[in-house]
Design a protein. Structure first.
Length: 121
């Protein structure tokens, strides 16, 4: 639980501040101020937070892979990932082909990244 809070705590606090700002804008400036805040501040802020959150999710998943490898043995988990990769499932193969920003921002690592994570220690 502590690991989850360390990775997502600051981002979660930012997510909570956005609605508070909307409520304050609505109370101080009325319905038009709240609408302005919602369209021009909150929407882009949520997008920025998502761009920050997704890479953290990937790092968290890779860290959990290492933790599982410590618990059950690195070679067993590595063999499992290689066996999954050898099946050449369409979903797994499509995940390997993600280009550029999609690869960077996708919250789950593909099988190649998971194998590399366990071999590069």
């Amino acid at each position: 639980m502590r690991i989850v809070l360390r990775y997502f705590g600051s981002i979660g606090a930012g997510f909570l501040l956005i609605p508070v700002g909307g409520i304050l804008a609505n109370l101080i400036h009325g319905l038009q101020g709240g609408s302005f805040y919602g369209h021009l501040v909150a929407g882009p802020a949520y997008l920025i937070f998502l761009v920050l959150l997704f890479p953290l999710g990937k790092k968290f998943a890779l860290r959990m892979d290492r933790w599982v490898a410590e618990q059950m043995g690195q070679s067993a988990l590595l063999d499992l990932f290689k066996k999954i990769d050898s099946f050449q499932l369409p979903r797994v193969e499509n995940a390997k082909k993600r280009p550029g920003w999609t690869l960077r921002l996708w919250p789950m690592p593909n099988i190649t990244e998971r194998i590399k994570n366990l071999t590069d220690e």
